[in-house]
Design a protein around this ligand. Structure first.
Ligand SMILES: [Ca+2]
Ligand SMILES: [Ca+2]
Length: 624
Protein backbone atom coordinates (compact mmCIF):
# COMPACT_ATOMS: atom_id res chain seq x y z
CA UNK A 1 0.00 0.00 0.00
CA UNK A 2 2.76 2.41 0.94
CA UNK A 3 4.64 1.49 -2.22
CA UNK A 4 1.66 2.31 -4.41
CA UNK A 5 1.20 5.77 -2.89
CA UNK A 6 4.89 6.52 -3.44
CA UNK A 7 4.57 5.55 -7.08
CA UNK A 8 1.62 7.90 -7.46
CA UNK A 9 3.57 10.76 -5.92
CA UNK A 10 6.51 10.05 -8.17
CA UNK A 11 4.33 10.05 -11.25
CA UNK A 12 2.80 13.34 -10.22
CA UNK A 13 6.18 15.02 -9.64
CA UNK A 14 7.40 13.80 -13.02
CA UNK A 15 4.27 15.02 -14.74
CA UNK A 16 4.40 18.48 -13.18
CA UNK A 17 8.08 19.04 -13.85
CA UNK A 18 7.72 17.72 -17.39
CA UNK A 19 4.83 20.01 -18.04
CA UNK A 20 6.83 23.03 -16.77
CA UNK A 21 9.63 22.20 -19.16
CA UNK A 22 12.09 21.35 -16.31
CA UNK A 23 14.53 18.45 -16.63
CA UNK A 24 12.98 15.07 -15.83
CA UNK A 25 12.79 14.46 -12.10
CA UNK A 26 15.46 12.17 -10.73
CA UNK A 27 14.23 12.46 -7.18
CA UNK A 28 13.72 9.35 -5.10
CA UNK A 29 11.15 9.19 -2.36
CA UNK A 30 12.69 10.12 0.99
CA UNK A 31 14.27 7.28 2.90
CA UNK A 32 12.91 7.52 6.42
CA UNK A 33 14.32 5.84 9.52
CA UNK A 34 12.88 5.57 13.03
CA UNK A 35 15.81 6.55 15.29
CA UNK A 36 14.85 3.98 17.91
CA UNK A 37 15.23 1.22 15.29
CA UNK A 38 18.74 2.18 14.16
CA UNK A 39 19.95 3.29 17.61
CA UNK A 40 23.18 2.07 19.21
CA UNK A 41 22.81 -0.92 21.53
CA UNK A 42 23.54 1.21 24.58
CA UNK A 43 21.22 4.11 23.65
CA UNK A 44 18.28 5.04 25.88
CA UNK A 45 14.89 4.36 24.26
CA UNK A 46 11.99 6.45 25.56
CA UNK A 47 8.25 6.52 24.86
CA UNK A 48 6.56 9.81 23.99
CA UNK A 49 3.14 10.49 22.55
CA UNK A 50 4.50 13.13 20.19
CA UNK A 51 7.18 10.88 18.68
CA UNK A 52 6.71 8.89 15.49
CA UNK A 53 5.89 5.32 16.43
CA UNK A 54 5.59 6.54 20.03
CA UNK A 55 9.34 6.15 20.64
CA UNK A 56 12.62 8.01 20.33
CA UNK A 57 16.30 7.40 21.08
CA UNK A 58 18.45 9.39 23.53
CA UNK A 59 22.13 9.53 24.45
CA UNK A 60 23.20 8.19 27.88
CA UNK A 61 26.39 10.30 27.88
CA UNK A 62 28.10 13.26 26.19
CA UNK A 63 29.77 12.64 22.83
CA UNK A 64 27.64 9.61 21.96
CA UNK A 65 27.07 8.06 18.54
CA UNK A 66 23.32 7.60 18.87
CA UNK A 67 22.47 5.95 15.57
CA UNK A 68 23.89 4.85 12.26
CA UNK A 69 22.11 4.62 8.96
CA UNK A 70 23.14 3.43 5.52
CA UNK A 71 23.24 5.86 2.59
CA UNK A 72 21.83 4.28 -0.56
CA UNK A 73 21.15 7.51 -2.46
CA UNK A 74 22.95 8.01 -5.73
CA UNK A 75 22.76 11.76 -6.37
CA UNK A 76 22.87 14.85 -4.15
CA UNK A 77 20.55 14.64 -1.18
CA UNK A 78 19.69 16.35 2.08
CA UNK A 79 19.94 14.83 5.51
CA UNK A 80 17.12 15.61 7.93
CA UNK A 81 16.46 14.74 11.55
CA UNK A 82 13.34 15.06 13.68
CA UNK A 83 14.59 15.70 17.18
CA UNK A 84 14.02 17.64 20.39
CA UNK A 85 16.30 19.23 23.01
CA UNK A 86 20.11 19.22 22.70
CA UNK A 87 21.84 19.82 19.39
CA UNK A 88 22.90 16.95 17.16
CA UNK A 89 25.68 16.55 14.63
CA UNK A 90 25.51 14.43 11.51
CA UNK A 91 28.74 13.02 10.15
CA UNK A 92 29.98 10.30 7.86
CA UNK A 93 31.45 7.19 9.45
CA UNK A 94 34.94 8.48 8.55
CA UNK A 95 34.39 11.51 10.79
CA UNK A 96 33.45 14.24 8.27
CA UNK A 97 30.82 16.55 9.76
CA UNK A 98 27.91 17.42 7.49
CA UNK A 99 27.32 21.13 8.01
CA UNK A 100 27.06 22.87 11.36
CA UNK A 101 25.34 21.13 14.30
CA UNK A 102 21.56 21.22 14.42
CA UNK A 103 20.50 23.87 16.96
CA UNK A 104 18.76 23.06 20.24
CA UNK A 105 14.97 22.94 19.75
CA UNK A 106 12.24 22.87 22.38
CA UNK A 107 9.62 20.76 20.56
CA UNK A 108 9.81 17.86 18.08
CA UNK A 109 11.01 19.42 14.86
CA UNK A 110 12.46 18.41 11.50
CA UNK A 111 15.70 20.22 10.70
CA UNK A 112 17.70 19.87 7.51
CA UNK A 113 21.27 19.32 8.73
CA UNK A 114 23.14 19.44 5.48
CA UNK A 115 23.60 18.26 1.93
CA UNK A 116 25.68 15.35 0.76
CA UNK A 117 26.96 14.54 -2.70
CA UNK A 118 26.98 11.36 -4.72
CA UNK A 119 30.44 10.47 -3.40
CA UNK A 120 28.92 9.72 0.02
CA UNK A 121 26.66 6.99 -1.42
CA UNK A 122 27.40 3.58 0.08
CA UNK A 123 28.84 5.08 3.28
CA UNK A 124 27.18 5.11 6.66
CA UNK A 125 25.96 8.23 8.43
CA UNK A 126 26.34 8.74 12.17
CA UNK A 127 24.09 10.79 14.42
CA UNK A 128 26.41 12.23 17.05
CA UNK A 129 25.08 13.79 20.26
CA UNK A 130 27.61 16.23 21.78
CA UNK A 131 25.71 16.88 25.02
CA UNK A 132 23.48 14.39 26.85
CA UNK A 133 20.77 15.62 29.23
CA UNK A 134 21.89 16.24 32.79
CA UNK A 135 19.80 16.52 35.95
CA UNK A 136 16.12 15.74 36.33
CA UNK A 137 14.64 16.95 33.04
CA UNK A 138 15.48 14.36 30.39
CA UNK A 139 13.60 14.92 27.16
CA UNK A 140 16.28 15.38 24.49
CA UNK A 141 16.39 12.79 21.76
CA UNK A 142 16.08 11.86 18.12
CA UNK A 143 12.78 10.57 16.75
CA UNK A 144 13.33 10.10 13.01
CA UNK A 145 15.98 10.53 10.33
CA UNK A 146 15.46 11.08 6.64
CA UNK A 147 17.50 11.23 3.45
CA UNK A 148 15.59 13.31 0.94
CA UNK A 149 16.07 14.97 -2.41
CA UNK A 150 16.30 18.77 -2.47
CA UNK A 151 12.99 20.54 -2.27
CA UNK A 152 11.50 18.36 0.43
CA UNK A 153 9.88 20.35 3.26
CA UNK A 154 9.48 19.67 6.95
CA UNK A 155 5.72 19.48 6.47
CA UNK A 156 6.11 16.79 3.80
CA UNK A 157 8.38 14.79 6.06
CA UNK A 158 6.02 15.23 9.01
CA UNK A 159 3.35 13.48 6.97
CA UNK A 160 5.58 10.37 7.05
CA UNK A 161 5.58 10.20 10.87
CA UNK A 162 3.56 7.33 12.29
CA UNK A 163 1.22 8.22 15.15
CA UNK A 164 1.88 6.59 18.49
CA UNK A 165 -0.34 3.66 19.39
CA UNK A 166 -2.72 5.24 21.91
CA UNK A 167 -3.08 1.97 23.81
CA UNK A 168 0.66 1.93 24.53
CA UNK A 169 0.71 5.49 25.83
CA UNK A 170 -0.05 4.83 29.47
CA UNK A 171 1.21 8.30 30.45
CA UNK A 172 0.72 10.41 27.34
CA UNK A 173 2.63 13.48 28.50
CA UNK A 174 5.57 11.73 30.12
CA UNK A 175 8.82 10.43 28.69
CA UNK A 176 8.77 6.82 29.85
CA UNK A 177 12.06 4.96 29.70
CA UNK A 178 11.67 1.73 27.75
CA UNK A 179 15.35 0.80 27.81
CA UNK A 180 18.19 2.23 29.90
CA UNK A 181 21.46 3.17 28.23
CA UNK A 182 25.02 2.09 29.00
CA UNK A 183 24.45 -1.65 29.05
CA UNK A 184 27.71 -3.56 29.35
CA UNK A 185 29.26 -3.46 25.90
CA UNK A 186 30.97 -6.81 26.39
CA UNK A 187 28.41 -9.31 27.65
CA UNK A 188 30.64 -12.37 27.42
CA UNK A 189 32.18 -13.00 30.81
CA UNK A 190 34.01 -16.26 30.14
CA UNK A 191 37.78 -16.46 29.67
CA UNK A 192 38.91 -16.74 26.06
CA UNK A 193 42.06 -17.65 24.20
CA UNK A 194 43.07 -14.73 22.01
CA UNK A 195 45.25 -15.34 18.98
CA UNK A 196 47.80 -12.52 18.66
CA UNK A 197 49.77 -11.99 15.46
CA UNK A 198 52.79 -9.69 15.28
CA UNK A 199 54.24 -9.02 11.82
CA UNK A 200 57.78 -7.76 12.33
CA UNK A 201 58.13 -7.22 8.57
CA UNK A 202 55.27 -4.74 8.39
CA UNK A 203 56.34 -1.37 9.86
CA UNK A 204 53.60 1.21 10.55
CA UNK A 205 54.66 4.38 12.41
CA UNK A 206 57.47 5.47 14.68
CA UNK A 207 56.53 6.01 18.33
CA UNK A 208 58.14 8.53 20.67
CA UNK A 209 58.37 9.44 24.34
CA UNK A 210 56.47 12.62 23.46
CA UNK A 211 53.39 10.41 23.05
CA UNK A 212 53.75 8.73 26.44
CA UNK A 213 53.93 11.96 28.42
CA UNK A 214 52.40 13.74 31.38
CA UNK A 215 50.93 16.94 32.71
CA UNK A 216 52.94 18.55 35.45
CA UNK A 217 50.46 19.80 38.02
CA UNK A 218 52.46 19.51 41.25
CA UNK A 219 55.39 21.19 39.50
CA UNK A 220 53.88 24.64 40.04
CA UNK A 221 54.52 24.29 43.75
CA UNK A 222 58.23 24.64 44.69
CA UNK A 223 57.73 22.32 47.67
CA UNK A 224 56.43 19.44 45.51
CA UNK A 225 58.82 20.15 42.64
CA UNK A 226 61.84 19.85 44.92
CA UNK A 227 60.72 16.67 46.73
CA UNK A 228 63.33 13.95 45.98
CA UNK A 229 60.75 11.15 45.76
CA UNK A 230 58.58 13.21 43.37
CA UNK A 231 61.60 13.75 41.12
CA UNK A 232 62.63 10.09 41.33
CA UNK A 233 59.12 9.04 40.27
CA UNK A 234 59.10 11.47 37.35
CA UNK A 235 62.42 10.10 36.19
CA UNK A 236 61.03 6.54 36.46
CA UNK A 237 58.00 7.39 34.28
CA UNK A 238 60.37 9.22 31.87
CA UNK A 239 57.90 11.30 29.81
CA UNK A 240 59.26 13.08 26.72
CA UNK A 241 57.28 16.32 27.03
CA UNK A 242 56.08 17.84 30.29
CA UNK A 243 52.97 20.03 30.09
CA UNK A 244 52.90 22.57 32.92
CA UNK A 245 49.24 23.17 33.62
CA UNK A 246 47.34 24.42 36.66
CA UNK A 247 44.17 26.12 35.46
CA UNK A 248 43.33 28.46 38.33
CA UNK A 249 46.55 27.94 40.28
CA UNK A 250 48.96 29.60 37.86
CA UNK A 251 46.98 32.85 37.76
CA UNK A 252 46.59 32.92 41.56
CA UNK A 253 48.49 35.17 43.95
CA UNK A 254 52.02 33.82 44.37
CA UNK A 255 52.07 35.00 47.99
CA UNK A 256 48.96 33.12 49.13
CA UNK A 257 48.55 30.15 46.74
CA UNK A 258 51.15 27.34 46.52
CA UNK A 259 50.57 27.12 42.73
CA UNK A 260 50.33 30.90 42.18
CA UNK A 261 52.80 32.51 39.75
CA UNK A 262 51.40 36.08 39.70
CA UNK A 263 52.42 38.89 42.04
CA UNK A 264 49.03 40.47 42.74
CA UNK A 265 50.71 43.64 44.05
CA UNK A 266 52.34 44.49 40.73
CA UNK A 267 50.02 42.35 38.52
CA UNK A 268 53.06 40.74 36.89
CA UNK A 269 54.80 37.37 36.99
CA UNK A 270 56.65 36.45 40.18
CA UNK A 271 60.01 35.47 38.72
CA UNK A 272 61.50 34.23 42.00
CA UNK A 273 58.54 31.95 42.74
CA UNK A 274 58.50 30.59 39.17
CA UNK A 275 62.24 29.94 39.32
CA UNK A 276 61.84 28.04 42.59
CA UNK A 277 59.19 25.80 40.94
CA UNK A 278 61.03 25.16 37.66
CA UNK A 279 64.65 24.89 38.84
CA UNK A 280 64.41 21.50 40.61
CA UNK A 281 62.85 19.54 37.69
CA UNK A 282 65.77 18.55 35.45
CA UNK A 283 65.54 19.04 31.69
CA UNK A 284 67.68 15.96 31.08
CA UNK A 285 65.32 14.07 28.81
CA UNK A 286 62.16 16.17 28.41
CA UNK A 287 60.88 19.11 26.43
CA UNK A 288 58.52 21.47 28.24
CA UNK A 289 55.23 23.11 27.42
CA UNK A 290 53.82 25.92 29.56
CA UNK A 291 50.06 26.34 29.34
CA UNK A 292 48.70 29.81 30.07
CA UNK A 293 45.27 28.47 30.92
CA UNK A 294 43.31 31.69 31.29
CA UNK A 295 43.54 35.40 31.92
CA UNK A 296 43.80 36.80 35.45
CA UNK A 297 40.48 37.71 37.11
CA UNK A 298 40.94 41.47 36.64
CA UNK A 299 40.77 40.98 32.85
CA UNK A 300 37.26 39.53 33.09
CA UNK A 301 35.44 42.21 35.08
CA UNK A 302 31.96 41.05 34.07
CA UNK A 303 32.85 37.46 35.04
CA UNK A 304 31.32 35.88 31.93
CA UNK A 305 34.33 33.61 31.42
CA UNK A 306 35.38 35.59 28.34
CA UNK A 307 38.29 38.00 28.13
CA UNK A 308 36.89 41.54 28.28
CA UNK A 309 37.19 43.13 24.80
CA UNK A 310 39.38 46.02 26.02
CA UNK A 311 41.87 43.55 27.55
CA UNK A 312 42.97 41.58 24.45
CA UNK A 313 46.26 43.43 24.11
CA UNK A 314 46.89 43.51 27.86
CA UNK A 315 46.56 39.70 27.95
CA UNK A 316 48.86 39.35 24.92
CA UNK A 317 51.43 41.50 26.74
CA UNK A 318 51.14 39.40 29.90
CA UNK A 319 51.76 36.23 27.82
CA UNK A 320 54.74 37.85 26.08
CA UNK A 321 56.11 38.93 29.48
CA UNK A 322 56.08 35.28 30.61
CA UNK A 323 58.08 34.24 27.52
CA UNK A 324 60.57 37.05 28.23
CA UNK A 325 60.93 36.03 31.87
CA UNK A 326 61.34 32.29 31.17
CA UNK A 327 63.35 32.26 27.96
CA UNK A 328 65.20 35.61 27.87
CA UNK A 329 65.80 36.54 31.51
CA UNK A 330 65.96 33.03 33.02
CA UNK A 331 67.31 31.38 29.81
CA UNK A 332 65.21 28.22 30.17
CA UNK A 333 64.70 27.53 26.44
CA UNK A 334 61.14 26.34 26.98
CA UNK A 335 60.02 25.00 23.59
CA UNK A 336 56.23 25.16 23.74
CA UNK A 337 53.67 27.68 24.97
CA UNK A 338 49.94 27.01 24.94
CA UNK A 339 47.48 29.88 24.75
CA UNK A 340 44.39 29.22 26.91
CA UNK A 341 42.89 25.98 28.21
CA UNK A 342 39.39 24.62 27.56
CA UNK A 343 37.98 28.05 26.66
CA UNK A 344 35.85 26.27 24.06
CA UNK A 345 33.55 25.93 27.05
CA UNK A 346 32.83 29.66 27.06
CA UNK A 347 33.46 30.54 23.40
CA UNK A 348 31.50 27.82 21.59
CA UNK A 349 30.26 24.87 23.65
CA UNK A 350 27.73 26.78 25.73
CA UNK A 351 26.47 28.51 22.58
CA UNK A 352 26.08 25.18 20.79
CA UNK A 353 24.29 23.73 23.79
CA UNK A 354 21.89 26.59 24.43
CA UNK A 355 21.58 28.12 20.98
CA UNK A 356 23.32 31.28 19.86
CA UNK A 357 26.26 32.23 17.68
CA UNK A 358 29.56 30.57 18.53
CA UNK A 359 32.49 32.89 19.27
CA UNK A 360 35.31 30.94 17.59
CA UNK A 361 36.56 34.09 15.86
CA UNK A 362 36.92 35.94 19.18
CA UNK A 363 39.09 33.20 20.71
CA UNK A 364 41.09 32.99 17.47
CA UNK A 365 41.65 36.78 17.63
CA UNK A 366 42.93 36.48 21.21
CA UNK A 367 45.14 33.58 20.17
CA UNK A 368 46.63 35.43 17.21
CA UNK A 369 47.45 38.55 19.23
CA UNK A 370 49.10 36.48 21.97
CA UNK A 371 51.08 34.30 19.55
CA UNK A 372 52.39 37.35 17.67
CA UNK A 373 53.46 39.12 20.87
CA UNK A 374 55.09 35.98 22.31
CA UNK A 375 56.99 35.11 19.11
CA UNK A 376 58.21 38.70 18.87
CA UNK A 377 60.00 38.11 22.19
CA UNK A 378 61.38 34.65 21.29
CA UNK A 379 60.91 33.55 17.67
CA UNK A 380 62.14 30.03 18.49
CA UNK A 381 59.06 29.08 20.52
CA UNK A 382 56.18 27.00 19.24
CA UNK A 383 52.72 28.23 20.16
CA UNK A 384 49.44 26.37 20.02
CA UNK A 385 46.03 25.85 21.51
CA UNK A 386 43.19 25.89 22.31
CA UNK A 387 43.38 22.80 24.58
CA UNK A 388 39.75 22.20 23.65
CA UNK A 389 37.86 20.06 26.11
CA UNK A 390 35.93 18.64 23.15
CA UNK A 391 38.20 17.35 20.40
CA UNK A 392 35.32 15.27 19.07
CA UNK A 393 33.50 18.39 17.81
CA UNK A 394 35.43 18.92 14.62
CA UNK A 395 33.69 21.89 13.00
CA UNK A 396 34.53 24.67 15.51
CA UNK A 397 38.11 23.40 15.78
CA UNK A 398 38.37 23.50 12.01
CA UNK A 399 37.23 27.14 12.07
CA UNK A 400 39.79 27.86 14.79
CA UNK A 401 42.58 26.35 12.67
CA UNK A 402 41.49 28.29 9.56
CA UNK A 403 41.65 31.55 11.54
CA UNK A 404 44.95 30.87 13.33
CA UNK A 405 46.99 28.59 11.10
CA UNK A 406 49.64 31.20 10.24
CA UNK A 407 50.51 31.27 13.95
CA UNK A 408 49.56 27.72 14.92
CA UNK A 409 52.37 25.23 15.55
CA UNK A 410 50.20 22.69 17.38
CA UNK A 411 46.50 22.03 17.84
CA UNK A 412 45.64 20.73 21.31
CA UNK A 413 42.56 19.03 22.75
CA UNK A 414 41.44 16.77 25.58
CA UNK A 415 39.59 13.47 25.95
CA UNK A 416 37.97 12.00 29.04
CA UNK A 417 36.04 8.74 28.65
CA UNK A 418 33.22 9.41 31.10
CA UNK A 419 31.78 11.38 33.99
CA UNK A 420 30.00 8.36 35.43
CA UNK A 421 31.86 6.06 37.84
CA UNK A 422 29.25 3.32 37.32
CA UNK A 423 29.73 3.19 33.54
CA UNK A 424 30.99 -0.36 32.84
CA UNK A 425 34.72 -0.89 32.30
CA UNK A 426 34.14 -2.35 28.83
CA UNK A 427 32.33 0.83 27.77
CA UNK A 428 35.20 2.98 29.13
CA UNK A 429 37.77 0.87 27.27
CA UNK A 430 35.73 0.98 24.04
CA UNK A 431 36.05 4.76 24.15
CA UNK A 432 39.78 4.48 23.57
CA UNK A 433 38.85 3.20 20.07
CA UNK A 434 36.72 6.34 19.57
CA UNK A 435 39.70 8.36 20.78
CA UNK A 436 41.79 6.74 18.03
CA UNK A 437 39.21 7.75 15.40
CA UNK A 438 39.29 11.35 16.66
CA UNK A 439 43.08 11.41 16.19
CA UNK A 440 42.57 10.30 12.57
CA UNK A 441 39.84 12.94 11.95
CA UNK A 442 41.84 15.81 13.45
CA UNK A 443 45.05 14.75 11.70
CA UNK A 444 43.19 14.63 8.38
CA UNK A 445 41.69 18.08 9.01
CA UNK A 446 45.10 19.61 9.83
CA UNK A 447 46.76 18.06 6.79
CA UNK A 448 43.98 19.30 4.50
CA UNK A 449 44.18 22.87 5.88
CA UNK A 450 47.97 23.02 6.08
CA UNK A 451 49.37 20.71 3.41
CA UNK A 452 52.77 22.43 3.26
CA UNK A 453 53.54 22.68 6.98
CA UNK A 454 53.02 19.99 9.63
CA UNK A 455 50.88 21.37 12.47
CA UNK A 456 51.45 19.08 15.44
CA UNK A 457 48.50 17.41 17.16
CA UNK A 458 48.63 17.26 20.98
CA UNK A 459 46.11 15.25 23.02
CA UNK A 460 47.27 16.96 26.15
CA UNK A 461 44.80 15.80 28.76
CA UNK A 462 43.22 12.36 28.95
CA UNK A 463 41.92 10.07 31.65
CA UNK A 464 38.84 8.01 32.54
CA UNK A 465 36.69 10.61 34.32
CA UNK A 466 36.43 14.34 33.59
CA UNK A 467 35.33 15.38 37.07
CA UNK A 468 37.06 14.80 40.38
CA UNK A 469 33.65 15.18 42.05
CA UNK A 470 32.61 11.74 40.75
CA UNK A 471 35.51 10.07 42.63
CA UNK A 472 36.10 7.41 39.98
CA UNK A 473 38.62 5.19 41.78
CA UNK A 474 39.49 3.32 38.58
CA UNK A 475 41.97 6.03 37.59
CA UNK A 476 44.29 5.09 40.46
CA UNK A 477 43.63 1.33 40.18
CA UNK A 478 44.43 -1.43 37.69
CA UNK A 479 41.77 -0.03 35.33
CA UNK A 480 43.81 3.19 35.04
CA UNK A 481 46.83 1.16 33.91
CA UNK A 482 44.73 -0.71 31.30
CA UNK A 483 43.13 2.53 30.09
CA UNK A 484 46.45 4.38 29.67
CA UNK A 485 47.98 1.41 27.82
CA UNK A 486 44.98 1.26 25.45
CA UNK A 487 45.28 5.02 24.80
CA UNK A 488 49.03 4.71 24.13
CA UNK A 489 48.39 1.93 21.60
CA UNK A 490 45.89 4.22 19.80
CA UNK A 491 48.37 7.13 19.83
CA UNK A 492 51.10 4.91 18.43
CA UNK A 493 48.88 3.43 15.73
CA UNK A 494 47.34 6.70 14.58
CA UNK A 495 50.32 9.05 14.61
CA UNK A 496 49.57 11.55 17.35
CA UNK A 497 52.51 13.90 17.94
CA UNK A 498 52.20 14.47 21.70
CA UNK A 499 50.10 12.86 24.45
CA UNK A 500 49.97 14.11 28.04
CA UNK A 501 47.91 12.24 30.64
CA UNK A 502 46.19 14.22 33.36
CA UNK A 503 48.20 14.08 35.67
CA UNK A 504 51.46 13.13 37.37
CA UNK A 505 50.60 13.67 41.05
CA UNK A 506 47.37 14.26 42.93
CA UNK A 507 44.71 12.45 44.95
CA UNK A 508 42.23 11.64 42.15
CA UNK A 509 44.08 11.33 38.83
CA UNK A 510 47.76 11.16 39.71
CA UNK A 511 50.10 8.48 38.47
CA UNK A 512 51.52 9.00 41.96
CA UNK A 513 49.63 9.93 45.12
CA UNK A 514 50.15 13.12 47.10
CA UNK A 515 52.41 11.00 49.32
CA UNK A 516 54.45 10.17 46.17
CA UNK A 517 53.42 6.50 46.05
CA UNK A 518 53.28 5.15 42.47
CA UNK A 519 49.90 3.96 41.21
CA UNK A 520 49.65 1.00 38.73
CA UNK A 521 49.47 3.33 35.68
CA UNK A 522 52.90 4.80 36.56
CA UNK A 523 54.47 1.50 35.49
CA UNK A 524 52.68 1.74 32.12
CA UNK A 525 54.51 5.03 31.54
CA UNK A 526 57.82 3.49 32.56
CA UNK A 527 57.62 0.47 30.27
CA UNK A 528 56.10 2.27 27.29
CA UNK A 529 58.90 4.84 27.46
CA UNK A 530 61.63 2.26 28.00
CA UNK A 531 60.45 -0.64 25.79
CA UNK A 532 57.86 0.65 23.31
CA UNK A 533 59.61 3.62 21.72
CA UNK A 534 60.76 2.58 18.27
CA UNK A 535 59.26 1.45 14.99
CA UNK A 536 55.73 0.13 15.49
CA UNK A 537 54.66 -2.88 13.42
CA UNK A 538 51.33 -4.37 12.38
CA UNK A 539 49.57 -6.46 15.01
CA UNK A 540 46.22 -8.18 15.29
CA UNK A 541 44.08 -9.88 17.90
CA UNK A 542 41.13 -12.10 17.07
CA UNK A 543 39.56 -11.01 20.41
CA UNK A 544 40.38 -7.33 20.54
CA UNK A 545 37.62 -6.53 23.04
CA UNK A 546 39.55 -8.83 25.38
CA UNK A 547 43.28 -8.72 24.58
CA UNK A 548 44.87 -5.77 22.75
CA UNK A 549 48.47 -5.99 21.44
CA UNK A 550 50.97 -3.30 20.43
CA UNK A 551 54.54 -3.96 19.21
CA UNK A 552 57.67 -2.07 18.19
CA UNK A 553 61.13 -2.82 16.85
CA UNK A 554 63.59 -1.04 19.13
CA UNK A 555 67.13 -1.28 17.83
CA UNK A 556 68.16 -4.88 18.26
CA UNK A 557 65.13 -5.74 20.39
CA UNK A 558 61.62 -6.85 19.50
CA UNK A 559 59.23 -5.52 22.18
CA UNK A 560 55.48 -5.79 22.62
CA UNK A 561 52.66 -5.41 25.13
CA UNK A 562 49.48 -7.45 25.71
CA UNK A 563 46.66 -5.57 27.41
CA UNK A 564 44.00 -7.78 29.03
CA UNK A 565 40.98 -5.45 29.36
CA UNK A 566 38.69 -8.10 30.95
CA UNK A 567 37.78 -8.34 34.60
CA UNK A 568 38.77 -12.02 34.32
CA UNK A 569 41.92 -13.84 33.20
CA UNK A 570 42.32 -14.60 29.50
CA UNK A 571 44.85 -16.63 27.58
CA UNK A 572 46.95 -15.35 24.68
CA UNK A 573 48.72 -17.36 21.99
CA UNK A 574 51.39 -15.20 20.36
CA UNK A 575 52.55 -15.87 16.80
CA UNK A 576 55.22 -13.95 14.91
CA UNK A 577 55.67 -13.49 11.21
CA UNK A 578 58.67 -11.95 9.52
CA UNK A 579 61.03 -13.71 11.90
CA UNK A 580 62.66 -17.12 11.41
CA UNK A 581 61.58 -19.86 13.79
CA UNK A 582 63.95 -19.95 16.75
CA UNK A 583 64.21 -20.55 20.45
CA UNK A 584 64.67 -17.72 22.88
CA UNK A 585 63.57 -16.12 26.09
CA UNK A 586 61.81 -12.78 26.46
CA UNK A 587 61.99 -10.50 29.47
CA UNK A 588 58.54 -9.90 30.98
CA UNK A 589 57.17 -7.03 33.09
CA UNK A 590 53.62 -7.56 34.25
CA UNK A 591 51.38 -4.93 35.86
CA UNK A 592 48.57 -6.77 37.63
CA UNK A 593 46.75 -6.60 40.93
CA UNK A 594 48.27 -3.21 41.74
CA UNK A 595 51.89 -4.34 41.43
CA UNK A 596 54.60 -4.80 38.81
CA UNK A 597 56.68 -7.97 38.59
CA UNK A 598 59.50 -8.87 36.22
CA UNK A 599 60.14 -12.43 34.96
CA UNK A 600 60.96 -14.30 31.74
CA UNK A 601 59.06 -16.49 29.28
CA UNK A 602 60.24 -18.76 26.48
CA UNK A 603 59.08 -18.27 22.90
CA UNK A 604 57.79 -21.86 22.99
CA UNK A 605 55.49 -20.99 25.91
CA UNK A 606 54.22 -17.89 24.09
CA UNK A 607 53.38 -20.08 21.09
CA UNK A 608 51.31 -22.49 23.15
CA UNK A 609 49.66 -19.80 25.29
CA UNK A 610 50.24 -17.61 28.34
CA UNK A 611 47.73 -16.57 31.00
CA UNK A 612 47.02 -12.87 31.40
CA UNK A 613 45.59 -11.87 34.80
CA UNK A 614 42.39 -9.75 35.06
CA UNK A 615 42.86 -6.04 34.14
CA UNK A 616 46.56 -6.46 33.41
CA UNK A 617 49.24 -4.99 31.16
CA UNK A 618 52.13 -7.32 30.28
CA UNK A 619 55.28 -6.13 28.47
CA UNK A 620 57.72 -8.40 26.62
CA UNK A 621 61.23 -7.66 25.36
CA UNK A 622 63.21 -10.05 23.19
CA UNK A 623 66.88 -9.71 22.23
CA UNK A 624 67.04 -10.20 18.47
CA1 LIG B 1 10.50 7.39 16.44
CA1 LIG C 1 34.37 39.08 30.27
Amino acid sequence: MAQRSTDWRFALVFLLLGWAGAPPATADAPQVFEAEKCAAADAVIRRDAGASGGCYAAAPSDGFVLAEMPVMNKGTFQVWARYRGSPIVLRTADGKEIGPPGPPVSEWKWECLGTLGAEEGGKRLEVFVPFADKGEEKTSGVDMLALASSGETAAQLDALAKPADAAEMTMPDADVVLKEGAEPSETETKPVTAKILIDWNHPTRATSRRQFSLNIFGGYDPQTASNPQYLKNLKYMDPGLLRYHSMTGMMSDSQTSPHGWIDYGTKTWDGAKIGAALDPVPLRRAERLVCIGRWPPWMDQDKDGMLDPDQYDAFAKLCADLVRLLNVDQKRHIEYFEITNERDMTYWLRQMKNGGATQVAALADIYNRCAAAMKAVDPSIKTGGPAACRGDLLEPLKQFVILTKQNLDFLSYHAYASGNPSEPDASIYNKTETLGKTIISLRGMLDALSPGRHIELHLNEFNICYTHKASDGRMVGNEGAVFDALVFAQMGENGLDVGNAWNECDGTYGKMSRQYVLRPAAHVFHYFNEWLVGQAVAVSSDRKKKVVPFAVIQGKRRNWVLINRSSHANRAVVEFSGMPARDGTAKVAQIADGRVAESTVSLAELGTGVDLPPQSVTFYSLDW
